[in-house]
Design a binder for this molecule. Sequence first.
Ligand SMILES: *Cc1c(COP(=O)(O)O)cnc(C)c1O
Length: 425
Amino acid sequence: MGTSNNRKAALLFSVIFWGSLELSSYIDASSLVRAERPDEPITLLRPHAATRAARFFVEKFPGKSLYAVKANPSPALLETLWAAGITHYDVASLGEVRLVHKFLPDAKLCFMHPVKSERAIAQAYHNHGVKTFSLDSHEELDKIVRATAKDGEPAADLELCVRIRVSSEHAKLSLASKFGAEPDRVADLLVATRQVADSLGIAFHVGSQAMTPAAYADAMELVRGAIVASSVTVDIVDVGGGFPSVYPGMEPPPLESYFETIHRCFEDLPVSYSSELWCEPGRALCAEYASLLVKVEKRRDNELFINDGSYGALFDAAHVAWRFPVELMRETTAEELAEFAFYGPTCDDMDYMAGPFLLPSDVKAGDYIEVGMLGAYGCAMRTEFNGFGDVEDFIVEDEPMASLYTQIAANDAGNVIAIGRRSAS
Ligand SMILES: *Cc1c(COP(=O)(O)O)cnc(C)c1O
């Protein structure tokens, strides 16, 4: 890029001043391809889609929505979510604490990793004003108490969320093995935490991309059992993340049905009227925010060698065989769609995405492909392994390939789903 072709392109795009950032914008990916013919992969950003998702959670979730920063920590996205009304941020490392504190100095930060270093806790509390921490063991509770004390005096303003282990059986990605106290043995920990916390919460995570609201209903039953067994007063119930997005072969029920189930279960819990309901969406707030534009460097039968891969934005496509919607960026006379697998640009055999990705059968070297729904756990995973990793960001104004937030339609099974500019099949 940066050639004289860009003079012509200048007529097609505008420059958007966006917070502290300045990004060029196109109507859609194909006008970008016509103007730029990029050699490196491109991240296509749709701030309007992130704003729409954030407004949906702010207006419809019956409690407070914390953005789980690990899904996509880009400062431009943080600023977009903040402007749309997301005031609380779930951070999991000192790096994320510093990042969000720098770009959103007035945001409330909640340090929701149940295993932290004592120094990270101390710095978050004393230097960045973080008062909210999660834990799943007595050791972690002791660490938090020691790290937040000042001149021998224990902190009096801690908001502590005890994370319990719940099933991931309804989720596409499990989060059930690593963290969480056993719900039937957590009573001691709840009582001990109550004694040092100004505000006590119970938190869980049903696993990422939970395909049914029943995941939350089951988890709320475990919360009820823990509250009854410990007889503590609970001030916060945090249902975590796991809210789904739309991908090929994964069309979840509407988000409203998740919110209704959670609200009903929350109302039934033995907690006081003043207690708060929180959630921590990552994926659902940013999956629609970004897509990826790649170039085909070579075709070998039904394998396409493309210029981004598992060390770039396609980690999940390689390592958990996640499928993403794709679209060829040119007109074609091919009548059939064929199934393709992708190889990424590095010299590593593992840089392979099985798909299948459905594309017109005449796709060839030199073509461009847009890969959709990569705003969550896609663009955030990029590395520079093997000298690849250069990427440029552009804003596009069209709709994401699929959406949980736009027009309502019904799928074959009769479930109500929402479809963006086309369905994610
Ligand atoms: C990853 C994570 C989230 C976000 O999960 P999604 O499935 O992306 O919504 C929320 N809370 C915690 C503690 C997490 O680790």
